[in-house]
Design a protein around this ligand. Structure first.
Ligand SMILES: Cc1cc2nc3c(=O)[nH]c(=O)nc-3n(C[C@H](O)[C@H](O)[C@H](O)COP(=O)(O)OP(=O)(O)OC[C@H]3O[C@@H](n4cnc5c(N)ncnc54)[C@H](O)[C@@H]3O)c2cc1C
Length: 367
C-alpha cells in the first residue's frame, strides 16, 4: 500500500513512522508553514492534572503518555537516542488552597487508571524549590513522578529519520488536493499527481485550506500561542520538573540552561505571526509571579505557533465520510505534543486496516 501523508508536524511524523515501520510505502509532503505548531510547542506531557473531564479525551491522553517511553526507547534502538524525551516529573501548584486540594484529589482519583503517572505526593515549598529553584517561596506543590517533557522538534525529526530509513520519501513542498470520482488525489507543487492509495491529511491549522476544494469543511481554526525562552547561563536545568500552576500558563526547562514559559492562547488570531508587546507582557507577568528567581534570566527568543483548535477538545482521527481514500488527523489543540505520537499510530493502524489500539469512534472527523 502507498500512503501520502500531508503535513509533518508531530502527528504526520508519527503517522509516517508507524506506516513505514509496518512496511507501507510512504510519501510525506510538508510545507513547513511559518507558525508550524510542533516547532513552537512547549512539550509538557502531564495529562493527569488536567481540569478536562471528557472520558474520551482522558482515555487518549493517558494512553499517549503511557506510549511515549516505549516509543522513545524504540527510536533510541533505531539509532535516534537524542530524541528529546525525558521523564522529569511535574510540580502542580495553585494560589487558591481549595483549588490545590481539588487538583490533588483529581490526580489521585485518576491514578488508578493511569499507573504511568507514578508516585504522587505533596511537597512543602522548600522541597519544591529544591527541584525548581526559581519557584516562589510561599506555595506548596504536588509532585507527579511520571510527568515528562519532550523537545518536539527533536522527537519529530527522530520519527521522520526512522521513517525515511525505512523507505519513506520526504518532499518539502506545498500540496493541494482534488476530487476524482469521489477519491482524494494529491497534487505536488508542480501540479502533477503524487500517486497513492490513501491520503492522510495531518496539516494542522492549515487543513481547512487544503480540504475545502474536496467539499470537506473541517471546523479547525488557528489558536496563536506566544512562548518565551529564557536563558540561565550555565545553570544545570536538565532535571528540573515541569511547573503547572493550574491556570493556562506553565514553565519547563530544557538541557541547555533554558527555561520555557508559556503561553498565550489567542483565539481569532488568524495566521498573525507577530510577537506582540501584550503577548510578551502576559507571559512574563506569569513567569515572574510564579518564579521570581527568573528575574535576571536572558530573554533568548519568543516562538509563535498556531495550535489546530477544533470545536471541542477531542481530536479528529479517521476516515472522512463521502471521500474515498481520505483520512484526517487534526484538532490536537493545546495537548498535541502529548497526543501526537499515539494519534499517529492510530491513524497508521486505521489506514492499514488493522485493529486500532483505541476505538476511533469517539474521534470521528467532524465537518
Ligand atoms: C505555544 C504552544 C505551546 C504548546 N505546548 C504544548 C505542550 O506543552 N504540550 C502539548 O501536549 N502540546 C502543546 N502544544 C500543542 C502542540 O504543539 C500542537 O497541538 C501540535 O504540535 C499540532 O501538531 P500537528 O502535527 O497537528 O500540526 P503542525 O505541527 O502545525 O504541523 C502541520 C504541518 O502541516 C503542514 N502543511 C499544512 N498544509 C500543507 C500543505 N498544503 N502541503 C504540505 N504541508 C502542509 C504545515 O506546513 C505543518 O508543517 C503547544 C502549542 C503551542 C503553539
Amino acid at each position: 500500500m502507498r500512503v501520502i501523508v500531508v503535513g509533518a508536524g508531530i502527528l504526520g511524523a508519527s503517522t509516517a513512522y508507524h506506516l513505514a515501520r509496518a512496511g507501507a510505502e510512504v510519501v510525506v509532503v510538508d510545507a513547513i508553514h511559518q507558525g508550524k505548531a510542533t516547532l513552537a510547542g512547549a512539550g509538557i506531557i502531564c495529562p493527569w492534572a488536567s481540569k478536562l473531564d471528557e472520558p474520551a479525551w482522558l482515555r487518549l491522553s493517558f494512553a499517549s503518555a503511557r506510549y511515549y517511553p516505549d516509543l522513545a526507547a524504540a527510536l533510541a534502538e533505531a539509532g535516534e537516542a537524542n530524541n528529546g524525551y525525558r521523564r522529569v516529573g511535574a510540580l502542580i501548584t495553585a494560589d487558591d488552597p481549595a483549588e490545590f486540594d481539588a487538583a490533588e484529589q483529581r490526580i489521585l482519583a485518576r491514578r488508578g487508571n493511569a499507573p504511568e503517572a507514578g508516585d504522587v505526593r505533596r511537597l512543602a515549598n522548600a522541597e519544591a524549590r529544591a527541584l525548581f529553584p526559581p519557584f516562589r517561596d510561599d506555595l506548596p506543590a504536588i509532585h507527579i513522578e511520571g510527568a515528562a517533557r519532550v523537545e518536539a522538534r527533536a522527537f519529530s525529526a527522530a520519527m521522520m529519520n526512522v521513517a525515511t530509513t525505512n523507505g519513506a520519501i520526504y518532499r518539502n513542498e506545498r500540496t493541494s488536493l482534488r476530487l476524482e470520482k469521489d477519491r482524494a488525489t494529491c497534487l505536488g507543487a508542480d501540479g502533477r499527481p503524487i500517486e497513492g492509495d490513501v491520503v492522510i491529511v495531518t496539516a494542522g491549522a492549515w487543513a481547512p485550506e487544503i480540504l475545502g476544494p474536496l467539499g470537506v469543511n473541517l471546523k479547525i481554526a488557528p489558536q496563536k500561542g506566544q512562548i518565551l525562552h529564557l536563558g540561565l547561563g550555565g545553570t544545570d536545568t536538565k532535571d528540573w520538573p515541569v511547573l503547572l500552576p493550574m491556570n493556562s500558563y506553565y514553565m519547563l526547562a530544557f538541557d541547555d540552561s533554558r527555561v520555557v514559559v508559556g503561553a498565550t492562547r489567542e483565539n481569532g488570531s488568524g495566521f498573525d505571526y507577530r510577537v506582540t508587546a501584550g503577548g510578551q507582557k502576559e507571559v512574563l507577568d506569569f513567569a515572574l509571579a510564579y518564579a521570581p528567581g527568573l528575574k535576571h534570566a536572558t530573554l533568548i527568543e519568543t516562538r509563535v505557533g498556531f495550535r489546530p483548535a477544533g470545536p471541542s477538545f477531542l481530536p479528529m482521527l479517521g476516515p472522512v465520510e463521502g471521500v474515498r481514500g481520505l483520512l484526517v488527523g487534526n484538532g490536537l489543540g493545546a495537548g498535541g505534543l502529548t497526543l501526537g505520537p499515539m494519534s499517529g499510530r492510530l491513524l497508521a493502524e486505521c489506514a492499514l486496516g488493522q485493529k486500532t489500539a483505541l476505538d476511533l469512534a469517539d474521534y470521528a472527523p467532524r465537518a
